[in-house]
Design a protein around this ligand. Structure first.
Ligand code: B1M
Length: 215
């Protein structure tokens, strides 16, 4: 039984997106539950990739391959997790801000957060402040994550926070920001709750902040 789980972890670390679906199916066939596949197969693999990425021992192409492998397996277990009512760590609404079409980093953040056990709702790129507000009202996430890659679009983060304030819902959500031109100082200035410099740190911080909010 645990052989399947360690194989899933290894395939995710290798970024072997061709074989991971087959092993995920055979793990389910042998009676391993979907939440065990997530908790004991995929999450340890994504944790490992996160640590190696932060340490500069693996790079974006490898992370993208692992993210794709994670996606292949998640596509199989996600509907089962939903059916069995397995509780996610929290819910994140994520998007690249208005005017910005860069989404590779944001997608990595989403995969790392999913790997950390979050339900991730990705609004895509070029997301208008009002779309974030609408998603907040509809989905009531724990975290709203914004990504920006252009110095010219960073201020869309500020406008989105302002829109949350105007809608009277700013206090209901943890706002997390990131992207190459963003830093802690900017995050503080616009009144975000957190900033992370990379996808693995974003997932760690998201987990920490949700736990803090609940305790
Ligand atoms: Co563009 N682009 N681009 N581009 N592009 C940059 C960002 C740029 C630095 C290149 C340069 O000039 N050297 C420059 C920005 C300059 C600036 O503003 N200071 C630039 C420009 C100018 C442009 C255009 C304006 C070019 C033009 O048309 N004249 C145009 C803008 C389009 C628009 O958005 N409106 C443009 C277009 C594009 C493409 C569409 C061709 C393509 C994007 C494809 C896509 O994303 N689907 C593209 C690309 C690929 C890049 C570079 C080469 C790579 C970006 C990337 O994906 N990095 C980039 C130059 C570079 O970085 N070398 C460049 C890899 C990714 C994993 O890193 O996104 O930083 P990153 O994400 C990291 C962290 O930042 C963090 O975690 C991620 C993973 O560790 N992170 C978060 C990200 N979001 C986070 C959110 C969080 C927490 C952490 O919390 C929620």
């Amino acid at each position: 039984m645990s052989e399947h789980l360690s194989e899933i972890t290894a395939l995710l670390i290798e970024g072997n997106f061709n074989e991971i679906a087959g092993i995920t199916h055979s793990a389910l066939d042998t009676g391993i539950s979907a939440d065990k596949i997530l908790d004991q197969g995929l999450m340890p693999g994504m944790d490992h990739i996160g640590i190696e990425f932060k340490a500069g021992r693996v790079f974006v192409p490898e992370v993208l391959r692992s993210a794709k492998a994670m996606q292949e397996s998640m596509d199989i277990i996600r509907p089962i997790l939903a059916e069995t009512g397995s509780e996610p760590v929290g819910r994140i609404v994520l998007g690249t801000v208005k005017g910005d079409l860069h989404d590779i980093g944001k997608n990595l953040v989403g995969m790392m957060c999913e790997g950390a056990g979050f339900e991730v709702i990705d609004l895509g790129k070029n997301v208008d402040p009002q779309e974030f507000v609408d998603a907040m009202n509809e989905l009531q996430p724990d975290i709203l994550g914004m990504s920006a890659m252009l110095t010219t679009t960073m201020m869309s983060m500020d406008r989105t926070i302002q829109a949350l304030q105007d809608a009277g819902i700013r206090e209901h959500v943890i706002v997390l920001v990131g992207g190459a031109p963003v830093n802690q100082d900017f995050a503080d200035r616009i009144g975000a709750d957190g900033y992370a410099s990379n996808a693995a740190s974003a997932a760690d911080l998201a987990k920490k902040m949700v736990n803090q909010k609940r305790s």
